[in-house]
Design a protein around this ligand. Structure first.
Ligand code: C2O
Length: 553
């Protein structure tokens, strides 16, 4: 493959949205950030130079980072942050992946403005396993915009113990669109011709909301998710969680539409949380048919724009049904390597909880406590040095322990009435996996402080989603229904509100790999943990030493 060089100058820029101007952290002054383009098999080298008064790291979301864990990017997990004035070169090779992924800052809430698409084409000469989009390909990044400074928003939430202020708008490619005040000029427009197929490279880069996405009068055919081919699925509306990506074919109407030449594309939130705790607004973009008949100039300009209907904000049934439709392609050329045998089984509860306040009852979270979030009752605390460095140097003492619980410490009826004590413990606990371990992990949502879908993201691996269901996972009955033939392959999966999901992966990538809820506020509250995958015995099963420019804490 080729080597693709990029320079990311992290710098402040003034951006105006919703009639307000603020200074945001950007890459190269662009918002959203620049596209990283590569082909499968290419090496990507990105020099990140920090010109802002914040610590920064960049994560290449979904890139497997085979034996290149030093380039993964989560702050205090695989590296210390790049300090103001410093730089770091991320160097990795894209193996066995093609489709759409993305990159984003991975420290505090900087990813609110520091993100961009990664477009990965198949190797030269290799076609898509579906008809090539003859209209073209375009990134469609869904995001979230706050009028206030997002670092101040999360700082205030962590200080008071309350939930953070919700965003003021959703965005498509950074633009809020015509349904928000003074934003009509900030609308993403996709100009199309009749009778063509376009590929939308869809990315949910929002911080805190899963989103429905639809285009009026057009169906969407999903051909891959998380840079992994699936059996094509055609829908009116899709659901995409923060962290997830999808390539979606949109075929335009066969002739120039008489009844209207403009159609809205919409994104709206899906959540089961209470009104007021999420941004209940709608971003619209416009699919606009270009009029190529010179005689009828202006056609469609004054016609109403048609809007699609999307499911209700809390339509969990739609979401479960949608998830059950996704199957990996599992063809001879793109086989599904689902582990058929399992070496270790884990059962993790994921959900919210609380921490007591220093002075009892003085925080602004539930009942005078502060919000926390946990996996198996452990709210993960990042160390002040990087986990991967501590592991590599053999200096784990005082940095992390390896006793992350494989099952909950106190089992209860997870989807029934929660136990009285919802407190969670703090810890920096890892699970150690010998190289090549075949892992099965069931993640169970808990109803503590309310059932809620959590998009869990695993670094360093793709996993297979072998099962999902509502209610409590039943270890006697449910495994018999697992799909071990063509389960969808992903890096981020929604743990259903009031339900569970089962995944399998082979731990064939040495390093320390973060796993967390991709709702940024839950990440801030501790809904995260890390797997430590040990070196194997062969040279190609070992993590190389860190690069010389790895930042110091
Ligand atoms: Cu998209 Cu740990 O991140």
């Amino acid at each position: 493959g080729a080597t693709r060089h990029y320079t990311f100058d992290v710098q402040m820029a003034s951006v105006t949205r919703l009639c307000g101007t603020k200074s945001i952290v950007t890459v190269n002054g662009q918002f959203p950030g620049p596209e990283v383009f590569a082909r499968e098999g290419d090496r990507v080298v990105v020099k990140v130079v920090n010109h802002v008064p914040y610590n920064v790291t960049v994560h290449w979301h979904g890139i497997r980072q085979l034996r290149s864990g030093w380039a993964d990017g989560p702050a205090y997990v695989t590296q210390c942050p790049i300090q103001p004035g410093a730089s770091y070169v991320y160097d990795f090779t894209i193996t066995g992946q093609r489709g759409t992924l993305w990159w984003h800052a991975h420290i505090s809430w900087l990813r609110a403005t520091v993100y961009g698409p990664m477009v990965i084409l198949p190797p030269a000469g290799v076609d898509y396993p579906f008809p090539a989009p003859d209209g073209g390909e375009v990134p469609v990044m869904l995001g979230e915009w706050w009028r206030n400074d997002t670092e101040a928003v999360i700082a205030q939430a962590l200080q008071t113990g309350a939930g953070p202020n919700v965003s003021d708008a959703y965005t498509i490619n950074g633009l809020p669109g015509p349904l928000y005040n003074c934003s009509a000029q900030d609308t993403f427009k996709l100009k199309v011709k009749p009778g063509k197929t376009y590929m939308l490279r869809l990315i949910n880069a929002a911080l805190n909301d899963e989103l429905f996405f639809a285009v009026a009068n057009h169906t969407l055919t999903i051909v891959d998710v998380d840079a992994s081919y699936i059996k094509p699925v055609t829908v009116d509306t899709l659901i995409i969680t923060p962290g997830q990506t999808a390539n979606v074919l949109l075929t335009t109407l066969p002739t120039y539409p008489a009844g209207g030449a403009k159609f809205y594309m919409l994104a709206r939130p899906y959540t089961t949380t209470a009104p007021g705790t999420f941004d209940n607004t709608t971003v619209a973009g416009i699919v606009e048919y270009e009029d190529d008949s010179s005689t009828s100039s202006g056609i469609g300009n004054n016609l109403p724009v048609l809007a699609p209907t999307v499911p209700a904000v809390n339509d969990t049934r739609f979401v479960a049904n949608f998830a059950s439709k996704l199957r990996s392609l599992a063809s001879a050329e793109y086989p599904a390597a689902v582990p058929q045998e399992v070496d270790r089984r884990f059962f993790f509860t994921v959900g919210l909880g609380t921490h007591p306040c220093a002075v009892n009852g003085t925080c602004q979270g539930p009942n005078g406590s502060r919000f926390a979030a946990s996996i198996n009752n452990v709210s993960f605390v990042l160390p002040t040095t990087a986990l991967l460095e501590a592991h590599f140097a053999g200096m784990s003492r005082g940095v992390y322990s390896t006793n992350f619980p494989a099952v909950p410490l106190m089992p209860f009826n997870y989807t029934g009435t929660p136990p009285n004590n919802t407190n969670v413990m703090n810890g920096t606990k890892l699970v150690v996996l010998p190289y090549g371990t075949n892992v099965e992990l069931v993640m169970q949502d808990t109803s503590i402080l309310g059932a809620e879908s959590h998009p869990l993201h695993l670094h360093g691996f793709n996993f297979y989603v072998v099962g999902q269901g509502s209610g409590n996972f039943d270890p006697m009955k449910d495994p018999a229904k697992f799909n071990l033939v063509d389960p969808v392959e992903r890096n981020t999966v929604g743990v259903p509100a009031g339900g569970w999901v089962a995944i399998r992966f082979r731990a064939d990538n040495p390093g320390v790999w973060f796993m967390h809820c991709h709702l940024e506020v839950h990440l801030s509250w501790g809904l995260k943990m890390a797997w430590l995958v040990l070196d194997g015995s062969l040279p190609e099963q070992k993590l190389p030493p860190p690069p010389a420019d790895l930042p110091k804490c």
